[in-house]
Ligand binder design. Structure first.
Ligand SMILES: Nc1ncnc2c1ncn2[C@@H]1O[C@H](COP(=O)(O)OP(=O)(O)OP(=O)(O)O)[C@@H](O)[C@H]1O
Ligand SMILES: [Mg+2]
Length: 258
């Protein structure tokens, strides 16, 4: 279980996140959505223990602020919004960085298997820096995947924390990555992903957490969060949602006027 209680973050004199409380269960996919600058990345960085906060974050009962890096590395993997690499690693070497942690250290073929999952095995020997933006993003996802390859271990569920995992991807690879995240949670793991695409979020996620101005506006199943009122207010834009026939809780946000 991931649990946040009254998490607040000051950056300089700026309150970037205010009193956010949220829960996510293993076996579920949560999307953090909201406008640019609303605090999504900052919230994810609090969850992953990369930024100081007040309040409390626990992951599988472990207090994230007090946990050792190796303890967290064994139960969760993180894909950042942007990743810079200073050295000319090959694609396979980048994915292999995930291997050095946790119990996967001996599983030498995992990088290839993870690369196949993101449709990039054919680029394994290439220089990572020569790849396109979307390809690099998929390599970073493969690296995170290697780290928590088994969604559940004897120590409990494992977690993937992904900051905009489909932001640079074409339609086909967006669906591939969302299906991959879905398989991970269906096998008992947990995923929290920052997303801008509300349709994809509605299609694949169990829970949406809508941030605006550093505050949590709403959290719950997609149909309870993707309402005209909540979206129009959060995005400061008049938005109409349509429920398409025969597609379950799938909503189409349509900007009417901004
Ligand atoms: N280190 C920092 N120092 C000062 N302000 C910061 C810092 N990091 C983030 N902020 C501010 O906090 C706010 C939230 O930033 P954050 O990166 O969490 O937004 P976001 O919701 O992820 O946006 P985007 O959709 O553009 O990625 C922004 O106004 C940003 O300028
Ligand atoms: Mg961000």
């Amino acid at each position: 279980m991931l649990q946040l209680e009254n998490v607040s973050i000051m950056m300089g004199r700026h309150m970037v996140l205010r009193d956010v409380s949220l829960r996510a269960r293993p076996g579920t996919l949560t999307a953090i959505v909201g406008p640019n600058g609303s605090g999504k990345t900052t919230l994810l960085r609090a969850i992953t223990g990369e930024v100081a906060y007040t309040g409390k974050v626990t992951l599988n009962g472990v207090d994230v602020a007090r946990a050792k890096a190796w303890q967290l590395a064994a139960i969760r993997a993180v894909m950042a919004q942007e990743t810079q690499l200073a050295f000319p690693f090959t694609v396979l070497e980048v994915v292999g960085l995930g291997l050095s942690m946790g119990e996967n250290a001996g599983s030498a073929d995992l990088p290839q298997r993870a690369l196949a999952e993101v449709d990039l095995l054919h680029h394994a020997a290439r220089n990572y820096q020569d790849l396109s933006g979307g390809e690099r993003q998929r390599v970073q996802l493969a690296r995170a995947l290697v780290q928590v390859w088994n969604p559940v271990t004897t120590a409990g569920a494992r977690w993937l924390f992904l900051d905009e995992p489909v932001a640079s991807l074409d339609l086909g690879h967006q669906l591939q990555v969302m299906r991959l995240a879905r398989r991970f949670v269906d096998a008992g793991g947990g995923v929290v992903a920052v997303m801008h695409d509300l349709n994809l979020s509605a299609m694949f996620c169990d829970q949406l957490a809508l941030l605006a101005g550093g505050g949590l506006v709403a959290a719950g199943p997609p149909e309870s969060v993707l309402t005209d009122g909540l979206l129009s207010s959060a995005y400061d834009c008049q938005i109409r949602t349509n429920r398409l026939p025969n597609t379950g809780p799938w909503l189409l946000p349509q900007a009417v006027a901004c």
